[in-house]
Design a binder for this molecule. Structure first.
Ligand code: G3P
Ligand code: CA
Length: 239
């Protein structure tokens, strides 16, 4: 059985990483959702993949970190997707946690490159604790120092180690990191049978991203992955 993540919600059906996208994923019966977290200028946890806002509203230049939450909530990020979503704004983590059932697995990715948010780990864990949402969560990042900080604050938190590029023996790197990594999240383009076998032999779950064809999904399942991140409802609802 696999656990597949609706990547940034159901991003083909609603603006990525927004409440409508997460609602669509839930409506499809997704068991797991992936989302990206950053900080506003006033240190509020906000859900967005890019540091720049311009992909979601071409009239707005600047970075997430340059705007307060109040300012960000004035920005329409929906109409660039379709007129039907005009007025949709970026979501706070609070809003996402209020929406999602407690047993829905959340993979919260800390977006810490190239902007580095110094206290995001503490604020994220505090928010999860406030919502009694320390279970059914994996925190991941390409920034492995962020994972280290999460572990220092909450040693029991499951950690997902993201890799964009191929690195030599990623499973050994994870072991030698001193972190309690529970899963390895590789780019799917280089995930092959040996990679999965070595990760599994080292005790890691393997969740490649982003897998958008059924053919590739089935190939990866045959290699033994534990699930994938996908934009495609047919894949993220597969079990
Ligand atoms: O967490 C998996 C995947 O989302 C990582 O890449 O760029 O889509 O955040 P990206
Ligand atoms: Ca992500």
């Amino acid at each position: 059985m696999t656990i597949n993540f609706a990547h940034r919600g159901s991003l083909t059906e609603a603006p990525e990483n927004t409440i409508p996208a997460f609602q669509k994923a839930i409506d499809h019966g997704a068991k797991a959702i992936e989302l990206d977290v950053q900080l506003t200028k006033d240190n509020k946890l906000i859900i967005c993949h890019d540091h720049k806002i311009s992909r979601f509203n071409k009239d707005v230049s600047g970075l997430i970190k340059d705007f307060t939450l109040e300012e960000i909530k004035q920005i329409d990020v929906g109409s660039s997707f379709s007129d039907a979503f005009t007025g949709t704004t970026l979501a706070t983590l609070d809003e996402v946690l209020e929406l999602c059932p407690k047993d829905l697995l959340l993979n919260i990715e800390i977006k810490n490159i190239p902007v580095i948010y110094d206290d995001i780990e503490y604020l994220l864990l505090q928010c999860l604790s406030d919502h009694q949402r320390m279970e059914h969560v994996i925190i991941s990042s390409f920034d492995h120092v962020a994972l280290q900080k999460v572990q220092e604050i909450t040693p029991s938190m499951p950690l997902g180690m993201l890799f964009y590029y191929r690195i030599l023996n990623a499973w050994d790197y994870a072991k030698n990191s001193g972190l309690n990594i529970t899963s390895i999240h590789p780019n799917n383009v280089y995930t092959n049978r040996d990679f999965v076998k070595n990760c599994k032999a080292s005790g890691y779950q393997v969740y490649p991203y982003t897998v958008n064809t059924l053919e590739r999904y089935e190939e990866l399942v045959d290699y033994g992955v534990d699930g994938v991140f996908s934009n495609v409802p047919e894949i993220f609802t597969s079990v």
